[in-house]
Design a protein around this ligand. Structure first.
Ligand code: ADP
Ligand code: MG
Length: 313
């Protein structure tokens, strides 16, 4: 790593009350988020929840209808040029050219940042090395695997050595191994002082990388917490119970407490701690509720949203 930033300890990204509608469709209904300098914030949400819209506003590609945002201390609507000078963006859609080699792509990007000749070549070389693409530098990008392509995208967004990096779903569609490789590259960028806002649909990714997680759903922030606190809130495992009789459901829910979701005869409970399973089954037994089937599942993003939106309601 050869990028050393000396940035005062402030918030690199601050958004307050961002709103955006497309036609009559209110996509963002007041988004607040803060990314302290040198940290990684994961913006977690399902497809269509407004992640890309938020990133486009913060990277000056789209004007918000309302609210304010600063990036690197500059207002995104009034000081777009200053903001753009400080940031890098890896968009959800790849920006690299299939018909060029990895090296040619990076030299092209270097040119966009006014690096010429030898300086452009040196910068491309550094980035190829750093993102583990040196061996494939002279191959056409069209022959790259999904993971290599994402690493090249990331390298391209680091050409100007930005202090603040936006990564829009960098690992969506990648196999587990390429995903893990990209995570390690992202960790290195973070360790070298880059502030990162990353969007993801994967709870696990947020857990792996983020200092803080903002969960959005329906254009609103439904949680803003550390990964550990989020996991405590949604539990580490789901207990799914099928009751012997539908009529027992209300009694079962009452016996289990607040975090139970009920659908006909099926009850879902986020387990909090090792003896929760035993306590839950004891409670049902004492309440005289018959259980036909018991299953343990790791939480999916759907479970998290169910939990968070149920807790908010
Ligand atoms: N330029 C646009 N015009 C109309 N609708 C849009 C536009 N951009 C996004 N949307 C809509 O806004 C919603 C949020 O989209 P997006 O921010 O891309 O979500 P995400 O990145 O979380 O999947 C979606 O319903 C999408 O169809
Ligand atoms: Mg998106």
């Amino acid at each position: 790593m050869n990028v050393i930033h000396s940035t005062p300890l402030t918030d690199s990204v601050r958004a307050r009350g961002l709103t955006k509608s497309f036609g009559g469709n209110k996509v963002l209904a007041g988004i607040d988020l803060t990314v302290p300098t040198g940290s990684l914030l994961a913006l977690l949400g399902p497809n269509g929840s407004g992640k890309t819209t938020t990133v486009r506003i913060l990277t000056t590609l789209l004007a918000p209808d309302g609210g304010t945002a600063t990036v690197g201390g500059h207002d995104v609507t009034r000081e777009g040029v200053a903001v753009r000078r400080m940031i890098g963006l890896t968009a959800q859609q790849a920006t690299v050219d299939d018909l060029l080699t990895g090296r040619e792509n990076l030299e092209l990007f270097a040119g966009l940042y006014h690096l010429k000749g030898r300086r452009a070549r040196r910068r491309a070389e550094e980035l190829l090395e750093r993102f583990d693409l040196a061996g494939a530098a002279n191959r056409l990008v069209g022959t790259y695997s999904g993971g290599m392509r994402r690493r090249l995208d990331l390298a391209a967004s680091m050409v100007s050595a930005p202090r603040i990096l936006f990564l829009d779903e960098p690992t969506t569609g990648l196999d587990p191994r390429s995903r893990a490789e990209l995570w390690s590259v992202i960790r290195e960028l973070l360790a070298s002082g880059t502030t990162i806002l990353l969007t993801t649909q994967y709870l696990e990714e947020a857990d792996q990388l983020a200092d803080r997680v903002v969960v959005i759903s329906g254009g609103r922030v439904v949680a803003d917490d550390s990964p550990a606190a989020l996991k405590r809130q949604v539990g580490t495992e789901r207990l799914v119970l099928r009751l012997s009789a539908t009529a027992d459901a209300p009694r079962a829910a009452a016996a289990l407490g607040t975090y139970a979701g009920v659908e006909e005869r099926e009850l879902t409970l986020a387990l909090q701690g090792p003896d929760h399973l035993r306590r839950a089954l004891d409670a049902l037994h004492r309440a005289g509720v018959g259980v036909e089937h018991v299953e343990l599942r790791t939480p999916t993003l759907d479970d998290v949203f169910f939990e968070l939106t149920a807790a908010a309601a």
